[in-house]
Structures are given as C-alpha cells and as structure tokens.
Design a protein around this ligand. Structure first.
Ligand SMILES: [Zn+2]
Length: 347
C-alpha cells in the first residue's frame, strides 16, 4: 500500500442555510457590524492543534505554533480579523461524507485505537471531534466571507484534501474542502473554484467532484509517479458534464519557482474561463524545498504569488471571495514561511 509518510517511489454549522447568504447586515450581532467588509479573517484557535497524530509525527501538534510564531513576528495578528471556529455538525459532515464512514470514525474515536485507513492515518481518542473541529473552522471562515464580515480568510491546519467521501487517507479524516464546496453549492453558488498547490495531488477533492460542473478544479503537484497518492495525471480533465473543467499539472521532482511561474498562468486562465463565484486555495507548504516527505523545490514566493493573483482574480470577478486553507507541510520553518506569505498577500 502506498504511504504518505515515508514516501518512496509510489509511482505513486453551516447551519449555513442558504438564507444566511441573503441576510442583511442588520441581522448580524452588533459587534460584527464594525467589521463589515474588513479585509482578511484568520482562524488561529488552539483547537486546531488538537487535530494531530502526536509528537514526532509529521502531522504533529506543533504545526499551529510554528505558524503562529511567524504570524506574530510579522505583526499580522494586528492586521487581521480573528475568527472563532466552531465544530461542524454531523449533518454538515454528511453533505460530503457517507453516514457509514462517519459512524466508523465515531467508533474508532471512542476506542482510540486502530487505523482509519490503510496505514497513514491512525485513530486517536477524540479524533472525530478534532476532525469535525477542523471542518468547523473552515466553515466558520467560509460563512464569514459569505456574510461579508471579511472578504478573504485563511485557516491553518485545514485543507485536508485526501479524505474521500467514504474513507480517510493520508493524514486526512474529514475533507473540510469537500464539505465547504458542498455547502456553498447548497447555498446556491453555481461555480466554486478549488485550487491546490500542495505537493500531493488533491485526490479526495478531485474524485469527489470529477463529474461535477459546479466545481472548477486546478492542481499543481509533484508527478504521481514519484509521490503519493499517485494520481493527477495531465489527462485527468474531468468527466461527463465537467469534461474539461479540471486541470491537473504534474510537476517533476525538483521543480522550483521558475517552473511554477511558467505554469501558473495556465491555472489563472483556466479559472477565469469559468468565472467561479468563490475561490478556495489549498496552499500546502510541502511543495517547498526541504520538506521531509516530498521532492519539489518551490519557495514561499510561489505561495505568496498564488495568493496574490487569486485575490486579484476574485476582485476582477467582482466578489473578492478567497478562502485559503493551510494543507500539508511537514518542515515547520517552511510552513511558517509559506502560510504567512499567503496571508500577507491576501491582505
Ligand atoms: Zn501534501
């Protein structure tokens, strides 16, 4: 079985009812009104760090603190609006995941033992609640954008793009990206864009929406012949009603900022064609040089560039909505640089 950790050649609430969208500013709690159309919201809650597979694991509890130190050092904490996360409800999780899978995670979460997939993703006591907390953080940020409380937002730790509708995979238990997309569709959006610059292909999102014309997809990742999960070939462009709506760009091991600069305009052109009403960026930092489990050599400049150009695209499209999700990144210094570059460029 292919493993994410110790990679070889693996070849491979939203009680968010649609009505929320139409709610007038006057219906919001008084404290929020002062922030109307403020720039950027960030979820920085310690609750996010509960989603971790233990000390010493690539996806350890110290990733949030690594981000936070740099975020405070750059003074970004004084330039953003802090968003309080909530826990996603079972009903919300069911928008993407199957009831049987949710039940399975609930059982393993209570026992705290066993695996949630073929080997990468161990269960721990409370994993259900921790994973539902990450989804809730993403939904809180998404709702803040949709209500106009902020124009753009960033959520570290989130962006768990490998989880499928019926199974965990690659450190990902619940797919917050997938739940957010489903709830945006329910809220009436016709087109949502999902952009992924994590070193790993966003297979959990891609295959869940492969034939869904409501989802414009673009993913730059290390070629699946060399890295987990092995998918995301350039010929995978979508099926049925969504044929041609998915862009997969495998990058060779060692690809750097100059390669990124060459291919990024293709991503922008692809997205612009479909005029998405909401942009999600999964900005995994494991595509930076020096990550312990991947082989790309980007710098934080590429992540900053991606964030800035998506912000500009969202502004050109007239809505300004960009939600960036941290994603992977197992070198702590790299994730601090990449995620803060993204945040800084969203400001
Ligand atoms: Zn990754």
């Amino acid at each position: 079985m292919e493993r994410l950790y110790g990679v070889r050649r693996t070849g491979q609430r939203l009680g968010f009812r649609p009505a929320v969208l139409g709610s007038s500013h006057g219906e919001l709690p008084r404290g929020l009104q002062a922030h109307m159309n403020a720039g950027v919201g960030v979820v920085v809650s310690e609750r996010l760090a509960r989603y971790s597979f233990g000390d010493g694991h690539p996806f350890g509890p110290d990733r949030l603190a690594a981000f936070m130190r740099e975020y405070e050092a750059r003074g970004l904490d004084r330039r953003v609006q802090v968003l309080e996360p909530r826990t996603a409800t079972e009903e919300e999780l069911r928008a993407f995941h199957t009831p049987a899978y949710l039940e399975f995670v609930r059982e393993r979460s209570a026992s705290g033992s066993g695996l949630l997939d073929a080997g990468d993703t161990p269960a721990f006591r409370g994993v259900y609640e921790a994973a539902a907390g990450v989804v809730g953080a993403t939904l809180s940020a998404m709702e803040a954008i949709m209500r106009g409380e902020c124009r753009r937002a960033f959520v570290p730790i989130a962006g768990l793009h490998h989880a499928a509708r019926e199974r965990a995979a690659g450190f990902c238990v619940f797919n917050d990206c997938g739940v957010a997309i489903e709830l945006l569709k329910r809220a009436g959006l016709k087109r949502v864009a999902y952009v992924d610059i994590d070193a790993h292909h966003g297979d959990g999102v891609f295959y869940a929406f492969e034939d869904d014309a409501a989802v414009v997809f673009a993913d730059l990742h290390e070629d699946g012949r060399y890295l987990y999960p092995g998918t995301g070939a350039s010929g995978e462009t979508g099926r049925g009603a969504a044929a041609g709506m998915k862009l997969n760009v495998p990058l060779p091991p060692g690809a750097d900022d100059s390669v990124f600069e060459q291919v990024w305009p293709r991503v922008l052109k692809h997205l612009e064609r479909f005029e998405p009403e909401f942009l999600i960026l999964q900005c995994g930092a494991d595509s930076l040089e020096g990550d312990p489990i991947t082989h790309l050599r980007l710098s934080a400049r590429s992540h900053g560039h991606a964030a800035r150009s998506l912000k500009e695209l969202a502004d050109r499209l007239g809505h300004g909505r960009v939600l960036a999700l941290g994603g992977g990144g197992y070198n702590r210094g790299n994730l601090a640089q990449a995620w803060n570059a993204v945040l800084e460029n969203l400001l």
